[in-house]
Design a protein. Structure first.
Length: 204
């Protein structure tokens, strides 16, 4: 099975691209979703986070206080690395476990920090969703309400646009309308199906 690593900076439209692949019948394993599952109350990762960051990392109901933690890790790179050390190995292991359960010509691993975390070895091809920084900032402000300072911290914590593009095997440029984005995904879907078909023919 062909494994495609989907990545891109904040506000580039990764979720929309992943949704379209899913609509086309392609399994999508989302690192962010796995991270949310791994920090539910009672999960070992949540206890490790509390041990590292203190009880202030929890809300009154015992769930993770994401806003509090985000404010810490985006301002302090060493703290971000500590959080990643807790979550990334668990996310990677769960992704690999789920891949083994799939029956599809190819699958999508949606990993926002694929380049930053050096996880390219998990995938056969890297698909980058790209947009200009000005468009990213506009989308982030409209979607998440982040201030310019908060957005700066997020951008600083992520790989640069050039770094992501240098790691890409395929690129979707999301600087237009939704119809244009969907057409690009559909084109890539057909290309991936063809690639799988060629690999299958060679194996015969």
């Amino acid at each position: 099975m062909l494994i495609i690593g989907l990545t891109g900076g904040i506000g580039t439209g990764k979720s929309t691209v992943a949704k379209r692949f899913s609509e086309l019948g392609i399994p999508v394993i989302d690192a962010d979703q796995l991270a949310r599952e791994l920090v539910q109350p009672g999960e070992p990762a949540l206890q490790d986070i509390v041990n590292r960051f203190g009880p202030e990392a929890l809300r009154a109901d015992g769930t993770l206080d994401r806003a509090h933690l985000r404010g810490i890790v985006f301002s302090h790179p060493d703290q971000r690395k500590a959080l990643e050390a807790i979550l990334h190995p668990r996310i990677r292991a769960e992704m690999q476990r789920r891949i083994l359960t799939l029956d599809a010509p190819y699958c999508i691993l949606s990993i926002p920090l694929l380049v930053e975390a050096g996880q390219g070895d998990m995938v056969d091809r890297v698909l980058v969703v790209d947009a200009s920084e000005s468009i990213q900032r506009l989308r982030v402000a409209e979607r998440d309400g982040l201030s310019g300072v908060d957005a700066d911290a997020v951008f600083k914590a992520q790989a640069s646009r050039a770094e992501r593009l240098s790691a890409a095997d395929d690129v979707i440029v999301n600087d237009g309308d939704l119809d244009g984005l969907i057409r690009q995904v559909d084109t890539l879907h057909n290309r991936y199906i063809e690639m799988v078909g060629r690999q299958s023919d060679k194996a015969k």
